[in-house]
Design a protein around this ligand. Structure first.
Ligand SMILES: *Cc1c(COP(=O)(O)O)cnc(C)c1O
Length: 389
């Protein structure tokens, strides 16, 4: 854009943004195809709730659609309405179900409610008795104690000959609570329960596995799998090398390089005292950007339990966070790097291909899901790969 003034050079704000996020749509599409392949005979859907795990539901949605996904899951109806134009022929399931007053958003956008409780089921029966047949899905709780009909109620519903003819469930689903821990016996218990549900709703598709469940093997796949985090490159299973391609790269620009003397302290609370003369890189990212305060090098209770602060990556080197992370700024120790490779204006990789998302998450005592969905509004975003087609 030149505003009609030809003395201005065209610039891309991404090139000088203090904070930037790169989303590799090719990697996203590859990860979906990988999950579809690992799903074997089952069809793979795509879970794009929470703005596609923070990476952008429009760009990610259209990419997954072009990769072949025809079933999508969102948490809220508003997310389904946002997705609809980007996934025109797809079935979009809304995991939190439907409230009275939301009928229009569902019907106008052709969204399928995943009925989550007896109340929702009763409301839905009244909706379809007026409107006529419209697809729905049923969530059944097999041990999570979050959403879903109780097992007994679901089995009774399956046998209920008096249910209205316009009642048209197209999917029954349940969710594993410990799929990320393959050794947990509860996976098999939930599998056994869900098999009963699936058999009772014979002729209706069934779905149990999220990303982690796909790795548990074909017994867990049923008709439709529901990968989320694995599509975005995150770790689905604990303690196993992550086979997915990284999708998101988050970078912060160095605002200033400071030199400081041994004995001086760093950041709020003076919780880090320098033991040597140091060079510090002050980067334009803070907890307001989802660079969680729990990633700090010191001065937070978590460091007593998990001694290692977050590290980031700069020009081939790993650099630690020192002191407390602040709202807009974070301090990295670059003393061990040659001066020529740590300069104001350089970009530090917070996570991405060189610094695993889940390693950073662990330093905050959390999971990659939370880092991605906390990214905030200040990132300049760039998408490349399939979405350019
Ligand atoms: C979030 C969610 C998924 C996706 O889980 P991942 O671990 O990200 O693969 C699947 N099913 C349900 C019900 C969910 O809430």
């Amino acid at each position: 854009m030149t505003d009609g003034r030809d003395d201005l050079v065209e610039t891309d704000p991404f090139d000088f943004a203090p904070l930037r996020l790169t989303v590799d749509l090719q990697a996203l599409a590859d990860n979906w195809r990988d999950m579809a392949h690992r799903s074997g005979k089952a069809r793979a859907s795509a879970v794009v709730k929470a703005d596609a795990y923070g990476l952008g539901i429009e760009d990610c949605g259209v990419t997954l659609y072009h990769a072949g996904a025809r079933d999508f899951f969102v948490a809220a109806a508003s997310e389904g309405a946002t997705l609809r134009p980007y996934a025109p022929e797809a079935r979009i399931f809304v995991l939190s179900g439907i409230w009275p007053g939301q009928e229009e958003i569902f019907f106008e956008n052709d969204l399928v409610p995943v009925l989550a409780s007896e109340e929702q089921l009763a409301f839905w029966m009244s909706v379809i008795s007026e409107r006529g047949p419209y697809p729905c899905a049923l969530q059944v709780d097999t041990g999570f104690n979050r959403l879903g009909l109780a097992m007994a109620d679901a089995l009774a519903l399956a046998d209920d000959v008096s249910r209205p003819a316009s009642f048209d469930p197209v999917l029954v689903l349940s969710h594993l609570h410990s799929g990320d821990t393959p050794s947990s016996e509860t996976n098999r218990q939930q599998l056994d329960s869900f098999r009963q549900v699936s058999a009772a709703f014979e002729g209706i598709e069934s779905s149990l596995a999220a990303s982690a469940g796909i790795f548990l093997g074909s017994e867990y796949h049923f008709d439709l799998t529901r990968p989320g985090i694995a599509l975005y490159g995150g770790e689905a299973v604990n303690g196993v090398a992550n086979p997915m391609r990284p999708v998101a790269t988050a970078e912060a620009r160095i605002v200033q390089i400071r030199t400081a003397k041994a004995g001086e302290t760093v950041s709020y609370g003076a919780t880090h005292r320098l033991t040597r003369d140091s060079r510090l890189a002050i980067a334009a990212v803070g907890y307001a950007d989802g660079y969680l305060r729990n990633l700090s090098g010191s001065g937070i209770p978590l460091r007593n339990a998990v001694p290692q602060s977050a590290h980031a990556f700069l020009n081939g080197h790993r650099i630690p966070v020192i002191g407390r992370i602040t709202m807009d700024l974070t301090i990295f120790d670059v003393t061990d790097l040659p001066a020529t490779v740590a300069q104001a204006g350089d970009y530090i990789e917070l996570f991405g291909p060189n610094m695993a998302l889940d390693e950073v998450a662990r330093a905050a005592g959390t999971i990659g899901y939370e880092l991605l969905t906390s990214l905030g509004l200040r990132y300049e975003r760039q998408y490349f790969g399939e979405g350019d087609l």
